[in-house]
Design a binder for this molecule. Sequence first.
Ligand code: FEO
Length: 178
Amino acid sequence: MKRISDQMEEMLNKQMTREAYQAQVYLSYGAWAESHSFQGIATFLYGHMQEEREHMFKILKYILDRGGEVKVEAIKAAPVHPKDIGECLNNILDHEIQNSKEIDKIVKLAHEESDWATFNFGQWFVKEQIEEETLINGVIDKYNLASNQIKDNHNLYDLDKDLATAPQEATTPREETI
Ligand code: FEO
């Protein structure tokens, strides 16, 4: 028996496709970074592509768990190549912020429908989006520091090495201990 509304089923399906799109964005930018010899940045972006695919699958499983129907739809094309690392990172942050807004709509609808199961499910994504925005913002800060002092690309070289082993998660304030 289906335990989500038709509207929620549709929104979750659209979000599933949106997460697949997010994965394509990271894939495309990762390939662009690798083609420009930023192997560390590419590794970071490919790693995050995997995270987005997991998000997509998490939603798929949830729709099925609630007796809904999964609709695998066309994924729109990833954006064209950025002009430099700065544009690449800023575009990614924009995508994440947009995605957070879509997650918020799901949580809002769940609240309006008193669908507490989906409300609870949505909280995981709310937290994940806080982490992702923080993570990418932090990388942009590092990029700005590196590129502001640039003389011979040495700082960008260090940033690239740094990102090869950077975590895919950021710590959110609620997890901080003082
Ligand atoms: Fe799954 Fe980065 O949104």
